[in-house]
Structures are given as C-alpha cells and as structure tokens.
Design a protein. Structure first.
Length: 132
C-alpha cells in the first residue's frame, strides 16, 4: 500500500471519530426531533473542506500527503457531504449552472430514493428472516 493510502486512512479515522463525538454531543443536548447533529456536521464539514482545500492548494507548505489526509481523509471521514458541496460550488464558480443544478437535484433525489430503497429492502430481509 502506498504512503498516501495510510495518510487518508489516518485522516478518515480521526474524522469519523470527531463526527461520532460531535454528532452525539449536539443530538443529546438538542433532542431527537430534528437531526441537528448531522446538519451541523454537514455544514461544518463543507466549510472545512472549502477552506482546507483552497488553503492547501494555495501554499507550497502543504504536501500532497497532508492535503489528502485533511481533505479526502479527515473531511471524508467527517462527512462526504462536504465533497458534494465542494463539487457543486466548483461547478457554480465555473459558470456551469445547469450542471450544478442537475447535480444538486440528482444527488438529493436519488440519495433519498436510495435511502427509501434501503428501508424497503431491510423490511423484506427482516420479514424473510422472521418467517424462516
């Protein structure tokens, strides 16, 4: 395995742990009626990725390994929503508004369909297991 993979793995582990701890901390204090923990993580992850990737690309002091660790690794472990937000923002900045709109609509709609498909499949598997 390349050194880059280990950097990403390390960053992902840290990001995932931070997500778990912060999400639980927020949710325990705010209650379960609205997924505020996830919302805060998605927003802060998007902010972090936007800042970190622009900063890392703008300075020669950040090596490709460190850049991968903090962007793909940490931010990816913390939330993949940050990557979606960054890619959407890049399309908008490049003036590719139709593509950005399509990406937004398809990402949200198909992701929701995926979740509902997962719900339905889980129900069927559970029903099958309980009938066996």
């Amino acid at each position: 395995m390349s050194k880059l993979v280990w950097y990403v793995a390390f960053g992902s582990g840290i990001g995932g742990v931070v997500r778990l701890l912060l999400g639980n901390f927020i949710q325990q204090r705010m209650g379960a009626s609205f997924p505020l923990g996830t919302l805060v993580i998605n927003i802060t992850g998007s902010f972090l990725l936007g800042f970190l990737i622009r900063y890392a690309l703008g300075t020669p002091n950040v090596t490709p390994e460190i850049r991968a660790m903090i962007t793909t690794g940490f931010c990816g472990g913390y939330t993949t929503f940050s990557t979606y937000s960054y890619e959407t923002a890049t399309l908008i900045e490049d003036g590719r508004y139709e593509r950005a709109s399509l990406y937004i609509i398809l990402s949200v709609a198909i992701a929701l369909l995926g979740v509902f498909g997962g719900f339905a499949t889980a129900r069927q598997v559970l029903a099958f297991r309980s009938s066996s």
